[in-house]
Ligand binder design. Structure first.
Ligand code: BG6
Ligand code: MG
Length: 218
């Protein structure tokens, strides 16, 4: 039985994974190295500061900066990221995502956002997505980033649903691992081979329905 669907935000509901990458890549360029899209995969689902460490390691700059300098670099990246977010509209919601959320809710199943991002609230508002979620757990409310299961455990408890009745939708390997550690089934979104550990794989939500989900994994 599925009683709650938990959704990651970046790369699952909206295409902000692209904006995160572009902001990191421009910061890296300023530091004097190229941060490739392939290297960028490892920052998906990972907290802002952990992502910074991944970026600096890719440029061979692991130990170059003090904690205060790293805070400044992360703030700089966030400013660049927010410049993209500021012009987002509901048109940037990924194809089929709103229809799927509505379909899930029409079946009496709860929908919860489980995101590592501290900017999740801003994005939900810009894209007019808030009414589609019964609860929101984001980077402002968790202390242990994915692959720690905290964000999904808190989401399920906000919904009052047991982990075995939850399904997590994720585009990041760290998120699929977090779901497994929370005792939940998962759907890997986007077709990356890094999501092989998910219960099932889906290219995107277009044409996908709650009944299809139940047929596949329930
Ligand atoms: C996740 C993204 O959703 O949020 C990561 O996949 C990002 O790439 C993380 O680093 C933190 O986001 P923010 O908006 O708090 O910097
Ligand atoms: Mg994501």
């Amino acid at each position: 039985m599925i009683a709650c669907c938990l959704f990651d935000l970046d790369g699952v509901i909206v295409d902000t994974a692209r904006y995160h990458y572009l902001a990191w890549a421009s910061l890296a360029r300023e530091l004097g190295f190229e941060f490739t899209p392939a290297a960028g995969e490892a920052t998906k689902g990972v907290s802002r500061m952990a992502s910074l460490d991944i970026v600096l390691r890719a440029g061979g700059m692991d130990n170059r900066f003090s904690p205060a300098e790293k805070e400044r670099l992360a703030a700089e990246k966030n400013a660049r990221y927010l410049a993209y977010v500021a012009s987002m509209t509901p048109r940037e919601v990924l194809p089929g995502a709103v229809a799927f959320l509505r379909d899930v809710r029409a079946h009496g199943v709860l929908t919860v956002l489980g995101s590592a991002s501290k900017n999740a609230g801003t994005i939900l508002d810009r894209c007019e997505l808030r009414p589609l979620f019964d609860a929101v757990v984001d980077g402002t409310g968790v202390s242990h980033p994915k692959p720690d299961p905290e964000v999904f455990v808190k989401g399920a408890s906000a919904a009052g649903v047991r982990p075995e009745n939850c399904v997590v939708f994720e585009d990041a390997a760290a998120g699929i691992e977090a779901a497994a550690r929370a005792g939940m089934r998962s759907v890997g979104i986007g077709g990356s081979p890094l999501l092989a550990g998910a219960t099932m794989q889906l290219d995107g939500f277009e044409g996908f329905t709650f009944e299809m989900l139940c047929r596949e994994i329930d």
